[in-house]
Design a protein around this ligand. Structure first.
Ligand SMILES: O=C(CO)COP(=O)(O)O
Length: 137
């Protein structure tokens, strides 16, 4: 199973703290991240990250494409709720695709912690069953 990690600039320190705190869980999964978020996580942890482009340069759309191809099982997207983003349409598009494909998406630290603990307890393993079934049909 794969997790996507994305954080806006004002939320990057929160994301780094999250990754340090949950590194033992995160390292069991494939991790994708937008450019700068991924770089900062790699600097702060031992996690191996598949980096796509920076968000404003199309990285959210690349993550969205991975959602469509069923390669992402959980999105943790720490959005900055107080700053407008030039690439807001891309952000909305990614969240819409998560809804289309039933991918859990956490947009703040409180929900991210619940999701990562749930993932560790196997509460997202229905996604693997779903993927196996869709490969059969
Ligand atoms: O802007 C972002 C998500 O919308 C994040 O992009 P970066 O990780 O490259 O800063």
């Amino acid at each position: 199973m794969n997790i996507a990690l994305i954080a806006h600039d004002e939320m990057k320190n929160t994301m780094i703290g999250f990754c340090i705190g949950y590194e033992a869980i995160l390292k069991k999964y494939g991790i994708y991240a937008t450019g700068t978020t991924g770089e900062k996580i790699m600097d702060a942890t031992e996690l191996k990250i598949n980096r796509v482009a920076s968000g404003p340069l199309g990285g959210d759309q690349q993550i969205g494409s991975l959602v469509v191809s069923q390669e992402i099982d959980l999105v943790i997207f720490l959005r900055d709720p107080l700053t407008s983003q030039a690439h807001e349409p891309d952000i909305q598009a990614l969240i819409r695709l998560c809804d289309v494909y039933h991918v859990p998406v956490a947009t703040n630290l409180a929900s991210a912690e619940i999701f990562i603990k749930g993932l560790d307890r196997g509460e997202l393993s229905w996604r693997e069953v779903r993927k196996t079934n869709s490969q059969r049909s």
